[in-house]
Design a protein around this ligand. Structure first.
Ligand code: 13P
Ligand code: 13P
Ligand code: MG
Ligand code: MG
Ligand code: MG
Length: 393
């Protein structure tokens, strides 16, 4: 029987601006999922957060897009919203776009990433969670991990990893997808992914029969709502080792350099990813910089196994907190240094996002106000001196 690992996440309000969900909101989610575990809906679960986003890790045997699983998450976010509203927390219910649950959280506001696979003899898993950014922020990092042999030595020395990976790329504006294969199509894959405003990696799968390697939540929230309702703050679930990138090959890119991610401050700025523990994920400087956490669990017959005793129930798990380690101190220092540098550029690109990506803009009103004052610039059209391609050939 195949196990399904689902992460469903939402920002339904936080204490002091967009900082952190109240502990009672997390408690409410934990209580609901404990009940779902008792009822046998869930095999296991863990409730955590990054910045102001509540993340529900859930394992089960019901497959992806399952009504009971999505319904359980929906109930958690409804309950947490009630608490947030009663406390007058900021942006209470931010990511909940509809009153009626239709069986699936897709398009309803929360983000989701799910993968289904045959559990191996040992199944080490990593859960990345990011705040104040968008799904395509993972693209350059996953490209390094799955496509670059100078980053992932496993691509050269592990016979199964060497067979390459299938990369499913989503066009988040046109709602289309394409599956491309590495290493043969690596350069074309990068040709698409370079446009982070449009393309994002949704899924990577082994070409050696191991199944899914990673899955990202790509729900483009702001598009779904047709107006700004918060950035996507995406998660990425990864399986590792034995034919897949090793745990360390997944974490390495976060120390080898710093990664620029879009979606900081009012969803409208670029900042540098700050790898950290969930405890350290409050967006303390200019609502950021974009935080990223990495929690690890072993799967054990569908259950999450961290550092807690065997068969611990009620979501009381202790994951390995990779970015909480002092190893990443220099990455954090560099994230602050480079984010501060980006800030020196003020309200100009490339410190702010390109016009069509801005979630806040007053430009249309400014242009409207100036309509009568704009005059045409009376210059004679300059005759093009560029020779037509045909003439040159
Ligand atoms: P308000 O427009 O509600 O002040 O929110 C600002 C903000 O931080 C949104 O990202
Ligand atoms: P969230 O998407 O995390 O709610 O952040 C909104 C924002 O833009 C804060 O500046
Ligand atoms: Mg928020
Ligand atoms: Mg957030
Ligand atoms: Mg958000």
């Amino acid at each position: 029987e195949k196990v399904t690992v689902s992460v469903i996440k939402a920002d339904v309000g936080s204490v002091v601006g967009h900082s952190r969900p109240h502990p009672s909101m997390m408690q409410a989610a934990k209580k609901i999922l404990t009940e779902k575990q008792k009822q046998g809906v869930l095999e296991d679960f863990y409730v955590t957060r990054v910045g102001d986003d509540i993340n529900l890790f859930m394992t089960h045997y019901k497959g992806e897009n399952n009504k009971e699983i999505h319904g359980a998450a929906w109930d958690c976010f409804q309950e947490a919203t009630k608490i947030a509203k009663s406390m007058k927390l900021y942006a209470a219910g931010q990511d909940i776009l509809t009153d009626a649950f239709s069986g699936n959280v897709k398009g309803a506001g929360p983000g989701s990433a799910e993968m289904t696979f045959e559990e191996r003899g040992s199944e080490p898993m990593l859960f990345f969670m990011a705040d104040k950014t968008e799904p395509s922020a993972y693209s350059p990092i996953l490209s390094r991990i799955y496509l670059d042999p100078f980053t992932t030595t496993g691509l050269v020395v592990d016979a199964r990893a060497k067979k390459g990976f299938d990369v499913e790329i989503h066009d988040v504006l046109d709602h289309k997808k394409v599956v491309m294969s590495s290493p043969e199509e690596t350069l074309n894959i990068l040709a698409l992914l370079g446009d982070t405003s449009r393309y994002a990696i949704k899924r990577v799968s082994s070409r050696a029969g191991i199944g899914p390697a990673c899955v990202v939540s790509t729900d483009k929230l702001n598009m779904t709502a047709g107006k700004y309702v918060g950035k996507d703050d995406p998660v990425c679930i990864c399986r590792s080792q034995s034919g897949l990138p090793s745990v360390g090959e997944y974490t390495q890119p976060f120390l080898m350099t710093s990664w620029i991610a879009g979606g900081w401050m009012r969803g409208s700025h670029y900042g540098t990813f700050y790898p950290c523990s969930p405890e350290d994920s409050d967006p303390t400087y200019f609502d950021g910089p974009p935080r990223i956490c990495c929690l690890g669990f072993q799967l054990n017959n569908g259950k999450l196994q961290g550092l807690e005793p065997l068969n611990t129930k009620g979501g009381d798990h202790i994951p390995v907190d990779f970015f909480g380690n002092p190893t990443f101190d220099s990455a954090r220092a560099n994230a602050i240094k480079t984010s501060k540098f980006l800030r020196t550029q003020g309200p100009f690109t490339p410190s702010i996002l390109p016009a069509e990506e801005m979630e806040y803009t007053s430009r249309p009103e400014v242009i409207k106000e100036l309509k009568s004052r704009f005059e045409s610039v009376d210059e004679k059209p300059v005759k093009s001196v560029t020779k037509k391609k045909k003439d040159v050939e």
